[in-house]
Design a protein around this ligand. Structure first.
Ligand SMILES: *Cc1c(COP(=O)(O)O)cnc(C)c1O
Length: 392
């Protein structure tokens, strides 16, 4: 294999992390289970201790199974120095913030952020003396500078936002932060680096809840943090200091999921957009929140920056909560449950207005978040049609 050959993202998904010394030639990086690793002699043990971030040492630092997955994820974010794997998406967010913030620092968090991110900032970070301010997801890159104070050390973005799907002006915010020496972090779970390579757009740290599209089969919890040189080493050190690690079995499953993420994502995106357009024309639907629809919040930014849309969006219904409950309960093909990114469709009642503090969310009606799976799109539309007919 010629290592200088050009590799587009689909090729990197297939080839990433499959180093000969980690696989011994089998196609899939095998499961290396280990706590103790044995050294030939004391000199080798001492040499390994002097290179704490490389190679075999002790199980907590991983085995080729985890290294192969981390390596493949890094290859999707050109410009990144490396990837740290964590036991959940939330662990990836909290470990990153702990690595980057100290007492007296200020953190800026987008008002549309994933709710457990807010809870961590408002409780554990507050307890160690980090203050958090929330900002408008639709703020322009020109206006973001006015929000920075001398204490601001980190700005956290999530684009599109959890539940409400506003698209942020990520390149401009990242550039403004970098100019002030502020670290920019994005929760990139919705797009993945395939639809939005965040580091290439100037962001310093790109976080994924691998639980969603990387794993893709609703059976593993995992998070990843991919970062630029300097910050990657700092975040890895904090993760190791906290004793964070992922099991080789989970890494194997995530690695297997990653190989098909491109084709899955394309189908999720195509089906979700067809269903979103159908819902937008339905008289019982007040609003569809999907970044690829022309009336989406930040649609022009999505068009400018993203290579496509994934399979998660939300709708607001014309009716009350009782109508919403009837609608969700009447669905046959949509499971009721948390998370998303698996092969199966899901529907979840959501209340985004409850969490907001910077800018109110004027809810256009009782909302339901839809994860569009890999079922036949016509079956899903027929299901939504019968459930809307039966509701209210
Ligand atoms: C699910 C999710 C997370 C958290 O991931 P877990 O693996 O469930 O801890 C973080 N951010 C976003 C946007 C998510 O949807």
């Amino acid at each position: 294999m010629n290592d200088d050959a050009p590799r587009r993202p689909a090729t990197r998904l297939v080839e990433g992390g499959r180093r000969r010394e980690w696989t011994n030639g089998v196609v899939n990086p095998p499961v290396w289970r280990a706590s103790t690793m044995l050294f030939d002699d004391v000199a080798t043990l001492r040499a390994a201790g002097r290179k704490p971030d490389e190679g075999f040492y002790y199980g907590r630092r991983g085995t080729p199974t985890q290294w192969a997955l981390a390596d493949a994820l890094t290859s999707l974010e050109p410009g990144a120095a490396g990837t740290v794997l964590l036991p959940s998406g939330v662990a990836a967010i909290t470990t990153t913030l702990l690595a980057l913030l100290a007492p007296g620092d200020e953190l800026l968090v987008v008002d549309s952020a994933y709710e457990p991110t807010r809870v961590f900032a408002d409780t554990i970070l507050a307890r160690i003396g980090v203050t958090t301010r929330y900002y408008d997801p639709l703020v322009s890159g020109d206006a973001i500078g006015a929000l920075f104070s001398d204490a601001t050390k980190v700005i956290l973005m999530e684009s599109p936002g959890s539940l409400t799907f506003e698209v942020q002006d990520v390149p401009a915010i990242a550039a403004a932060a970098r100019a002030r020496g502020i670290v920019s972090v994005i929760d990139n779970t919705w797009a993945t680096p395939l639809l939005f390579p965040a580091i290439g757009h100037g962001v310093d740290v790109s976080i994924l809840a691998c639980t969603k599209y990387v794993v893709g089969h609703s059976d593993v919890m995992m998070g990843s943090v991919t970062a630029v040189p300097g910050l990657f080493e700092r975040i890895r050190k904090t993760a190791q200091g906290l004793g964070q690690c992922v099991s080789p079995d989970d890494a194997f499953l995530a690695s297997r999921g990653l190989r098909t993420m491109g084709v899955r994502l394309r189908q999720h995106g195509e089906s979700a957009l067809a269903i979103a357009r159908w819902l937008a024309a339905h008289p019982r639907v007040a609003r569809v929140l999907h970044p690829a629809l022309p009336d989406a919040l930040g649609h022009d930014r999505w068009q400018r920056d993203f290579a496509g849309a994934s399979g998660l969006f939300a709708i607001a219904l014309r009716g009350d909560d009782a109508m919403r409950v009837q609608f969700v309960d009447a669905l046959h093909h949509f499971g009721i449950g948390f998370s998303w990114g698996g092969y199966e469709s899901l529907a979840l009642p959501i209340e985004p207005e409850r969490a907001r503090t910077a800018v109110p969310w004027p809810s256009p009606g009782p909302m339901v978040r839809l994860q569009i799976g890999l079922e036949d799109t016509d079956d899903l539309i027929a299901d939504l049609a019968q459930a809307l007919d039966r509701a209210g």
